[in-house]
Design a protein around this ligand. Structure first.
Ligand SMILES: [Zn+2]
Length: 202
C-alpha cells in the first residue's frame, strides 16, 4: 500500500501538471475513445503502455486470458459483455482489439490435464478456451503459443455472435482486430483476417 501512495504522490507531482488540461477537457466533454481493448489481466501487459496511449484514448476490459464469451441471454453478471455493449452502443468505438500475449497464465492453466473444480470461477472461465484447445489438439511443439493465437481467433468469433456487434459491423464499419504481445521481447503480432496468420508489426 505504501508503494501505491508513494507512486500516486510522484504522479501528482511529475505527471499531473501536464495532464491537468486534458483531464479537464475529458471531464467536461466526456470520454470518446475510438478503441475497445480486451486484454489479459496479466500485470505485464498494459495496453496504455504498449500503445503509448494517454487518458481517454482506450476503453479497456481486462480479464484472465483476454477472453470474451459468446453472446448469451439470460440472467447472470455478464461483466465483460456489459462493458462490450457500453463500448459499442454508447461510446460507438470504431475498433475492438483483442490483445493476447505470450506466457499467458490463463492459457497455461487451460492446457493442464486435471479435472476442473466446479466451484472455481477461474476453471469455469477457462472453459471458454476449450474450443481453441480442441483446434490445437494436434500441435506438439509450442502448444501454449498456438493456443494463445487460437484463443484470440475464437474470441473474435465470439464477439461476432453479439447481435449489436454484427449490426455495428454492417452499418458503421466497426472492425474486429486481433494482436499478440511478446512479453519477453516487446514484439507485437497482428492477425491478418484474410490469411488467419499473425504477422509481426514492424
Ligand atoms: Zn494472460
Amino acid at each position: 500500500m505504501d508503494h501505491l501512495i508513494e507512486g500516486y504522490r510522484i504522479y501528482r507531482e511529475k505527471r499531473w501538471p501536464e495532464l491537468q488540461a486534458l483531464h479537464r477537457r475529458l471531464a467536461e466533454r466526456g470520454q470518446s475513445p475510438k478503441t475497445l481493448v480486451i486484454a489479459c489481466a496479466d500485470s505485464r501487459v498494459d495496453p496504455a503502455t504498449i500503445f503509448n496511449a494517454g487518458p481517454g484514448e482506450l476503453f479497456v476490459v481486462r480479464n484472465v486470458a483476454n477472453l470474451a464469451p459468446p453472446f448469451e441471454q439470460g440472467a447472470g453478471f455478464h461483466g465483460v459483455s456489459a462493458a462490450i455493449e457500453f463500448a459499442v452502443l454508447q461510446l460507438k468505438v470504431e475498433t475492438i482489439l483483442v490483445l493476447g500475449h505470450a506466457q499467458c497464465g490463463g492459457v497455461a492453466a487451460a492446457l493442464e490435464d486435471r479435472p476442473r473444480n466446479p466451484n472455481s470461477f477461474l476453471d469455469a472461465w477457462i472453459g471458454l478456451l476449450d474450443k481453441a484447445k480442441a483446434r490445437t489438439a494436434g500441435i506438439e511443439s509450442e502448444r501454449a503459443s498456438a493456443l494463445e493465437h487460437e484463443s484470440i481467433r475464437v474470441t473474435l468469433e465470439n464477439l461476432a455472435t453479439f447481435p449489436f456487434i454484427e449490426q455495428a459491423i454492417a452499418e458503421r464499419g466497426l472492425s474486429l482486430v486481433g494482436m499478440r504481445y511478446g512479453v519477453a521481447d516487446g514484439g507485437l503480432e497482428l492477425l491478418d483476417p484474410k490469411t488467419g496468420a499473425f504477422n509481426p508489426v514492424l
